[in-house]
Write a protein that binds this ligand. Structure first.
Ligand SMILES: Cc1cc2nc3c(=O)[nH]c(=O)nc-3n(C[C@H](O)[C@H](O)[C@H](O)COP(=O)(O)OP(=O)(O)OC[C@H]3O[C@@H](n4cnc5c(N)ncnc54)[C@H](O)[C@@H]3O)c2cc1C
Length: 478
């Protein structure tokens, strides 16, 4: 092996969720030799296709925003034009079933900020005081440049900017738990404002809501895998990384690489003279070597993998990763007669766990994919309590809630139902949360995932942005 070979940029990406796929595709697009290891048989991680009782579903109903700039950039790198991506684009809206006591807020196709002003003017179910409060919030946030001197809870900011109880219940709380998956009393106001800045505070298209019409693995991860294959990368399914080890190879003056010099490097310093750091990743029955390793698993498995390296410098990072708390999201699928249809692709629902009304949003999957006619998906975010219920109890309660709010008794009797509870769906996005950077203290070792330090909460956009950033850092280093 010569130094020229040694300089070839190579990377192992551990984890084929949206962050890992974004990272692998970005590295491959810039000529790196990439090996992607995914423990499961399907790509996508927490946003993936799954099969249940012969049905192709997702592990959870997702919604994307027009503001997801890194996601759209990546899809375009993968050769997918916006409209062909497999998404239904809808204008910003918060529409409750007419007889449910909610509101009807729908942004028209006008340039910003007129789309919001007209939506506010026309909104049904809000009093004058509610509308004034919303205008006040928007003005105050803009005057502050969408920044707070000190982060606090969303509930604190809503109180400070005098938001009415009704507007809080119908707009702010649903938006907060949909975006941050954390109740307003515990959610970071700064992160909430970041999301509002890029959606409500930006051009109209940024506030659009996009609902996948294809399964979540097909939407982006599979396209990234196809791109990777075209660029000569390798993808291993069902292959979990078990350990990572730093190895240092000595390069002599002629550029020849001579074996490992494993114990010569201490305290995170690169080896002196002509030594180069490489990384080895071991699975149950294989091992891989590269200049760079990007750990793109969730935070908990990342801490476990980092610990296998036995590098003392990584201990504080492991502690930060293990310190992240998590929130659940439950998606309840209910199958009815194939002719059943709601008047719109999705609605907001007024939830009240104490009264057994758990559902927060309902999606008519049949309007997104004809193969799913008659299938409704009901989302319960920030739902540690709902996820603790027996599944049959939760799905019956949700079916009763639908029958009541839509005034359609047949909705209480689905032909089939299943709850998919993701207990560690996202990290709890609390005020002033310490999130780790992509770069670790060791050269060639990086992290990617929705939890790394960023403006956004745990979302597809945060995952993609983190994967792209890790790739950029790896390429800059090599
Ligand atoms: C039910 C639900 C609903 C959601 N709704 C939305 C939404 O509407 N909008 C939105 O933007 N976001 C939403 N999110 C959040 C979004 O799905 C996540 O932020 C995002 O998918 C995280 O991606 P990731 O790549 O960072 O991590 P992950 O998806 O967790 O990917 C990590 C991958 O690493 C693999 N892995 C783990 N250990 C190993 C190992 N040792 N070796 C190899 N591979 C390994 C895992 O199998 C997995 O594929 C939702 C999440 C859930 C669960």
């Amino acid at each position: 092996m010569t130094a020229a070979d040694h300089a070839t940029r190579s990377a192992i990406v551990i984890g084929g969720g949206w962050a890992g796929c974004a990272c692998a595709a970005t590295l491959a697009s810039r000529g790196a030799a990439v090996t992607l290891l995914e423990a499961a048989r399907t790509l996508g991680g927490r946003a993936r296709r799954l099969e249940l009782d012969g049905r192709v579903l997702d592990n959870g109903q997702h919604i994307l925003l027009g503001a997801y700039g890194e996601t759209w950039r990546l899809l375009s790198l993968l050769g997918v034009a916006g409209d062909a991506a497999g998404l239904l684009r809808l204008p910003l809206q918060m529409r409750y079933p007419p007889a449910s006591g909610g509101m009807d807020f729908l942004a028209p196709q006008l340039p910003a900020p007129w789309h919001l002003l007209l939506a506010l003017w026309r909104a049904r179910g809000l009093s004058r005081a509610d509308k004034l409060a919303l205008a006040r919030f928007s003005l105050q946030a803009r005057l502050n440049g969408w920044r707070l001197d000190t982060d606090c809870s969303v509930a604190d900011v809503l109180a400070r900017w005098r938001q009415t109880p009704r507007l809080t219940a119908l707009l702010w709380r649903p938006l907060c738990i949909a975006a941050l998956n954390t109740e307003p009393g515990r959610a970071s106001a700064q992160v909430f404002l970041n999301v509002l800045r890029d959606s409500l505070g930006a051009r109209r298209a940024a506030s659009d809501m996009l609902i996948p019409t294809v399964d979540l693995s097909a939407l982006l991860p599979q396209r990234a895998a196809d791109f990777l294959a075209r660029r000569g990368g390798t993808l291993h399914y069902g292959m979990a990384a078990r350990s990572i080890t730093r190895i240092d190879k000595r390069i002599d003056k002629r550029g020849e690489v001579h074996g490992e010099v494993q114990d010569e490097v201490h305290d995170g310093q690169r080896a002196r003279g002509h030594a180069a750091t490489r990384w080895r990743v071991a699975t149950a029955n294989a091992s891989f070597e590269a200049d760079t390793v990007v750990i793109a698993t969730g935070s908990e498995p990342a801490a476990t993998l980092l610990a296998t390296s036995a590098e003392p410098l990584l201990a504080p990072l492991c502690a930060t990763l293990r310190g992240l708390q998590h929130e659940a999201i439950a998606t309840c699928y209910l199958q009815y007669d194939r002719r059943l249809r709601l008047a719109q692709p999705f609605y907001a629902l007024l939830d009240d766990g104490a009264a057994g009304r758990w559902g927060q949003f309902v999606f008519d999957r049949g309007q997104l994919d004809a193969a799913q006619a008659g299938l409704l998906a009901v989302v319960v975010s920030a739902s540690n309590q709902a996820c603790a219920l027996p599944q049959a109890e939760l799905s019956s309660a949700i079916a009763r809630q639908l029958a009541q709010v839509f005034e359609r008794p047949e909705l209480a009797q689905p032909q089939w139902s299943r709850v998919i509870a993701e207990k560690r769906a996202t990290f709890s996005c609390t005020p002033g949360l310490l999130r780790p950077p992509n770069a670790s203290p060791l050269a060639g070792l990086l992290l990617a995932g929705d939890y790394t330090a960023a403006d956004y909460p745990a979302t597809l956009e945060a995952a993609v942005a983190s994967g792209v950033k890790a790739a950029e850092l790896a390429l800059a280093a090599t």
